[in-house]
Design a protein around this ligand. Sequence first.
Ligand code: DX5
Ligand code: ZN
Length: 219
Amino acid sequence: MSIKVAPSVLAADYMNLQRDVELAEQAGADLFHVDIMDGMFVPSIAYGPGWVKGLNEITDVPLDVHLMVEQPERFVEEFADAGADIIGVQYEATQHIHRALQMIKNKGVKAEVVINPGTAVELIEPVLDMVDQVLIMTVNPGFGGQKFLPSTLKKIEQLAAIKREQGYDFDIEIDGGANDETTKLAFDAGATVAVAGSYVFDKVDPAAKIARLKEVTAD
Ligand code: DX5
Ligand code: ZN
């Protein structure tokens, strides 16, 4: 099976968001990736729950909400109520990763743990039995358009090995610098979902880009 593609709306044309969302939806986007940034955990600021609710109203594609915020527990319920289908919390942003994931599950939403490029896979082993998805950041979070860090491939392989050995069925997602080459490398290492922002929404042909990511990862 090809990799699932999650276009990142951070890179869409904000003034023509509905057009870009429809284009990506028709091209077979599996999820929409929504970056929430608080100006603290990461330097940028982006999107509140009201915005996510609006997005949810214009698409049937599930929303993959990536909380790049300090103490994400404070916002889990609001984003769940706004229509998030998956909520990701950064391991580094809370002293209570287990509790944060529990809160997400209690809202009936899929739970995801996220780790930065400098965070070891071993640190999240205690919560792997409770997640639906693990996001291995393939750039340092905060900005679109950065270069994929090849050192993250080993972490994907390591996580995929644990998944196999333990019989887990969570998805393994990558985020940052995804293009046809890096997505293929990540897929071969065990990734099952690719977030793609600037590669997809490059103002040329989002549909062709989504198709290309599926094509290079077809078995
Ligand atoms: C980075 C964000 C990403 C971003 C990816 O902090 O988490 O989701 O939108 O953008 P690209 O695909 O352009 O690297
Ligand atoms: Zn993201």
